[in-house]
Design a protein around this ligand. Structure first.
Ligand code: NAP
Length: 341
């Protein structure tokens, strides 16, 4: 099969590689579109190796059609046998040849075929394109897991999302607004802050012009209950400063650096929780639990056409380097998607 792998000079090029074989509980998906993620750039740079046993082909999310099923599974059965009772609302898929699906993967999405644990398959919501479906899983799982399962964001609370115009940030704003939280966001430049406001953020701070802590402090009442952070060192002290008593900081990336100084008395005085979280390395069972909880909460909205990802650009997969360079330079607002031909 064809896959995108680093060729001469490290440029991603299409090459012929062995087609993966689905094992028990796995399904082979014919990939039509693959979402681009920061993790792909980090993996390519040698900074984010795939978990043990996972292919080194890039790609954490895809859309396409079911091509084959692994041993012990039967066509016509639900892909997630345990979750089958909630089919539809719980986002369960029935195993049919050619069924349109999207999925989160630990790797291997930049290829003609990808192996997916069956219980992680999700339907393509009615009215969505395969481009939209490929842009959805990683941002949606990350936003949902960290806002609702890790930080326990509740209606009426105030959330601060950094990187508000990123793939994850845009989804986090949409989910928090849909839940009845009020949202503050930071992003780089007026186009990106405008996008955050259109998604429902009350306040969007241009990180190149203003310090977010000053803006949050100046609000009545000041402070936030939850921070979703991908910046790390550069924002750590101010993140703790703006959190209200009982506040939660979830760190999902360290774009400005990973090492920080911490006076533990600050945590104690305000009873703060600092939570670190990654999605990719979690066991499949945990990801399945996220998928079920996500569809139970938002399944109706998805079926009604809500919570679509914000698309930045779509590129033919042979132009993956163009998409990666756009992301590396922080120029994307929303998701970049590769379309296979
Ligand atoms: N832990 C997990 O499980 C998990 C899962 C998925 C993604 N992530 C992480 O979440 C982040 C968002 O992912 P994505 O794929 O949606 O990325 P993305 O679209 O590339 O967005 C990242 C954004 O972060 C902002 N940024 C970059 N460097 C910064 C800096 N030094 N200071 C402040 N802001 C900076 C930029 O936006 P502005 O210029 O607009 O500020 C950039 O567009 C990534 O760091 C990714 O690795 C973590």
């Amino acid at each position: 099969m064809a896959a995108l792998v680093p060729g001469a000079g490290g440029v991603l090029a299409i090459a012929d590689v062995a087609r993966p074989v689905p094992g028990p509980g796995e399904v082979l998906v014919r990939v039509r579109c693959a979402g681009v993620n920061r993790a792909d750039l980090a993996q390519r740079a040698g900074m984010y190796p795939p978990p043990p046993g996972v292919t080194d082909i890039l790609g954490l999310e895809v859309s396409g059609e079911i091509a084959e099923i692994g041993p012990g599974m039967s066509w016509g059965e639900p892909a997630d046998v345990e979750g089958a009772t909630g089919a539809g609302v719980a986002g369960a898929v029935v195993l049919r040849p050619g069924e349109r699906v999207c999925a989160l993967l630990p790797g291997g999405g930049y290829a003609e075929y990808a192996v997916v644990p069956a219980a992680l398959l999700m339907p393509v919501p009615a009215g969505w394109s395969l481009v939209e479906a490929a842009a959805w899983p990683e941002a949606a799982f990350t936003a949902f897991l960290n806002l609702f399962m890790e930080a326990r964001l509740r209606p009426g609370e105030r959330l601060l999302v950094h990187g508000g115009a990123s793939g994850v940030g845009t989804m986090a704003i949409a989910m928090a607004v849909a839940t009845g939280a009020s949202v503050f966001a930071t992003a780089g430049g007026p186009e990106k802050t405008g996008l955050c406001l259109r998604l429902g953020a009350e306040v969007a701070v241009d990180r190149h012009k203003e310090a977010f802590a000053a803006v949050v402090d100046a609000c009545v009442p000041p402070g936030v209950d939850v921070v979703l952070d991908m910046v790390g060192r550069g924002y750590f002290a101010d993140n703790l400063k703006v959190l209200r008593p009982g506040g939660r900081l979830v760190v999902i990336s360290t774009l400005s650096g990973a090492e920080v100084e911490l006076d533990l008395r600050r945590l104690m005085a305000k009873r703060l929780h600092v939570i670190g979280s990654t999605l990719r390395g979690r066991p499949v069972a945990e990801k399945v639990a996220v998928r079920r909880a996500l569809w139970n909460r938002f399944g109706r909205q998805l079926a009604a056409g809500g919570l679509k990802p914000v698309l930045d650009q779509v590129h033919p997969w042979r132009d993956a380097d163009v998409a990666h360079e756009r992301m590396r330079a922080n120029r994307n607002a929303g998701k970049l998607v590769l379309e296979l031909d």
